[in-house]
Design a protein. Structure first.
Length: 373
């Protein structure tokens, strides 16, 4: 075991490129089409085919995907959206951006994901949507709540930022019938450099998302180029995915089977190396059905001391995530969430990206064992 930390373990996460992205990006640059282009259209079609769904709407980021999906579902002022506090703040910001209010709920300690019973207990007359977060890539099963949600006309909008390629039963996340949002940011399972996507439930939702991402304009850019006018039908944002980002995503998609295998193997390597280490518990991301996005543990005593000890030794640990019901920006919607507080005080993520080797995993876990002592 080396005393000096390997370079790869200094990063909690790092983009992984397969080598074809540079050629794809150069071709997109040479085309001169740097906004939404035919390459973006091809990316949408390829992702839809991968998921086995009729349509996918590519947008500028995962946060934008959540925002547009909520708007397309009719969420706005006077509505409440049930959401776990244990998530990245972007999830909550997307709700607030619509004018709706977040209703924070607990998650299970062993998974970091919300469960159906918690959703049912949180329902109120103003509830119009539920926004489960697929933490670490794990699919969330709300089937026990679907009848009640359907009866009340409540929409499920999945934050699947961590879960591209994961399965929910026999179907891929995104193909389960819910309004699903992906992120293709720098360190996601599939990266476009920056980007996201919405999987709409109906053609009407697809049209709404496309108009929302394109400043509310009814006509496509190609159509507008052939006419002397256009029609602005509704509120809209400039939220397209550029052809440059889509080109990177297409190159990544060609190698996704390799990504899936590598990320599952890495998670299992950590699970094996962590066996017998007292004082930490591994968060279960259901790795055989997911494409793991991270490796999170609960440090049972003095997480902050362990965190800083590892950082001082060159180990890129993180804390994903500080609970949002404690954040000043969301204090209006604070409610007591003791389980989330406990999880937030214990959570720590280990370096997790495809540049890591089995030796790197052994180095990280050996340092963790030392820090716990």
């Amino acid at each position: 075991m080396t005393l000096t930390a390997p370079a790869a373990v200094a990063d909690n996460a790092r983009p992984y490129l397969h080598g074809t992205e540079t050629t794809a990006l150069a071709a997109a640059l040479a085309s001169g089409q740097y906004n939404h282009s035919g390459v973006t259209d091809e990316f949408e079609q390829r992702v839809a085919a991968f998921l086995g769904v009729p349509d996918v709407v590519a947008v500028a980021s995962g946060t934008t995907a959540l925002h547009l999906a909520l708007l397309a579902a009719g969420i706005g002022p006077g509505h409440e959206v049930i959401v776990p506090s244990f998530t990245f703040c972007a999830t909550v910001q997307a709700i607030v951006a619509t004018g709706a209010e977040p209703r924070f709920v607990e998650v299970a300690l062993n998974t970091g994901c919300v469960e159906a019973g918690e959703v049912l207990n949180a329902l109120r007359p103003a509830t119009r949507a539920v926004l489960p977060v697929l933490y670490g890539g794990r699919a969330v099963d709300l089937s026990a709540a679907h009848a009640a949600l359907d009866e009340r006309g409540i929409t499920v909008v999945e934050d699947a930022a961590h879960a591209f390629g994961s399965h929910h039963g026999s179907r891929l996340v995104g193909a389960t019938g819910d309004l699903t949002c992906f992120s293709f940011g720098p360190i996601k399972n599939l990266t476009c450099g920056l980007g996201g996507a919405v999987v709409p439930r109906t053609p009407q939702e697809a049209t709404a998302c496309r108009r929302l991402r394109d400043l509310g304009i009814a006509e496509s850019a190609a159509t507008r180029a052939r006419t002397t006018t256009y029609t602005v039908e509704r509120l809209g944002l400039r939220a397209q995915m550029s052809g440059l980002n889509a080109a990177i995503g297409l190159a990544q998609l060609d190698h996704f089977a390799r990504t899936r295998t590598a990320r599952r193997a890495l998670w299992h390597a950590y699970a094996t190396a962590l066996e017998g280490i007292e004082g930490v518990e591994l968060v279960d991301v259901d790795p055989d059905r997911s494409v793991p996005h991270l490796c999170a543990v609960r440090v049972l005593t003095d997480r902050d001391r362990v965190f800083h000890a590892l950082r001082e030794r060159g180990i890129g640990v993180g804390t994903h995530y500080p609970p949002n019901h404690r954040q000043p920006a969301f204090s209006t919607w604070y409610r007591p969430l003791p389980l989330t507080d406990r999880l937030g005080a214990r959570i720590m993520t280990l370096p997790f990206h495809q540049h890591l080797t089995a030796d790197d995993v052994e180095h990280v876990t050996a340092r963790l064992r030392q820090a716990l002592r």
